[in-house]
Design a protein around this ligand. Structure first.
Ligand code: ZN
Length: 362
């Protein structure tokens, strides 16, 4: 039986160990040591990666309590092993987050976790209640509150015959195979029997992020989550994506403005091409009617240089008049507005009156 150092200290990254057996299978060397920090996988938790004496461990597995390490070369005597702690710690975070979320879903929606997935890409839990029973934002908020309370994660062992602590699904010795049960407790939140690896304190799960979607799964629900550094990377990705999208939107907005400006200038050109000099009660004048009130000033501004005939541009109730002051003074009986240097703009107040005054239909 190999001494499982990963259960004594889940943060142990490296250690010495003694080779006690070795066998060659298919040109690989299966090495048994007296103790190991390599978790052989199980309970949804992946196998550890790492090296022994600098050689990459190709596989690690549990055979009747003995933990074997598969290496490309033979080793013997005292060896030095180290695990890929970033990989291990990432899964310690995801796995502990799973305990926390499963407990909260049970408390909030009476949902029991039927299975879980801890993957390289994503982690999820499958619960036995339909999606409409789960309020994701509240679940995420409850999880964040628990994390901010920095609740401790404790591991206790119980020997056959000991009174077992109350768990959601009561544990009974006659249903348990071994003589020892490992109980993992998130203080005040969860008590579960589990052989996996966990962080010491759920403050280490921050930040925690739920995907804003619940999938319907076998009549129940699948909830996706990210914890710790993995969630941070995800947030960072979102942040970069938002920056990229914003730059793209800014580009589109300025392109849109440029096109609109160009379109207006074509329209204005076209309007002027179709304009005619009209005889009004106050003399010759170019009277232009546009549909869009926003076009009034653009059309007026685009008048030909050195034009010696007054112009009146009208769109909706807006207008611009360019002409002599004496005509403007008379027009003021029908409009409200102002201007200078022979250019006046504003609002038409009495359309009928203005029509009669000018003697043209506007
Ligand atoms: Zn666990």
């Amino acid at each position: 039986m190999t001494k499982r150092l990963f259960w004594e200290d889940m943060y142990m990254v490296r250690t010495d160990a003694q080779v006690v057996d070795i066998k060659e299978i298919d040109r690989h060397y299966h090495v048994l040591t007296d103790a190991t920090i390599f978790y052989p996988g199980g309970g949804g938790f992946p196998k550890d990666r790492g090296k022994i004496n600098g050689k990459k461990v190709l596989d690690v597995y549990d055979e009747n309590g003995d933990i074997w390490h598969v290496l490309p070369e033979p080793i013997e005597g005292k060896v030095f092993m180290e695990i890929d702690f970033m990989h291990r710690y990432d899964f310690m975070q995801q796995h502990t987050a799973q305990h926390l979320l499963s407990a909260l879903v049970y408390d909030m929606a009476d949902g029991t976790t039927l299975s879980m997935h801890l993957g390289d890409e994503y982690s999820s839990i499958d619960v036995d209640v339909p999606p409409h029973k789960i309020d994701l934002p509240s679940l995420e908020m409850e999880a964040l509150i628990a994390i901010s309370q920095a609740r401790e994660v404790r591991v206790r062992y119980y020997n056959r015959g000991d009174t077992l602590p109350p768990t959601r699904k009561p544990l009974k010795w006659d249903k348990i195979k071994g003589d020892v049960v490992r109980i993992v407790e998130i203080a005040g939140i969860d008590v579960s029997a589990c052989g996996g690896l966990h962080v010491r304190n759920i403050s280490e799960l921050a930040p925690l992020l739920l995907l804003p979607k619940i999938e319907r799964y076998k009549g129940g629900s699948r909830i996706y989550f990210y914890a710790g550094y993995r969630a941070y990377s995800m947030i960072d990705e979102y942040r970069k994506e938002i920056t990229r999208l914003k730059a793209h939107v800014d580009e589109l907005v300025s392109e849109n403005k440029r096109l609109k400006k160009q379109m207006i200038s074509y329209m204005v050109e076209e309007i002027w091409r179709g304009s005619e000099v009209t005889d009004t009660n106050v003399g010759k004048m170019i009277v232009i009617k546009v549909e869009d009130p926003d076009m009034v000033s653009a059309v007026a501004k685009a008048r030909p240089r050195n034009l010696d005939i007054p112009i009146l541009v009208i769109g909706g109730d807006r207008f611009t008049f360019v002409g002599p002051d004496d005509i403007w003074e008379q027009m003021r009986a029908y409009v409200r507005g102002g201007g200078k240097m022979g250019s006046f703009s504003g609002k038409v107040m009495d359309r009928e009156g203005l029509q009669t005054f000018l003697g043209v239909r506007i």
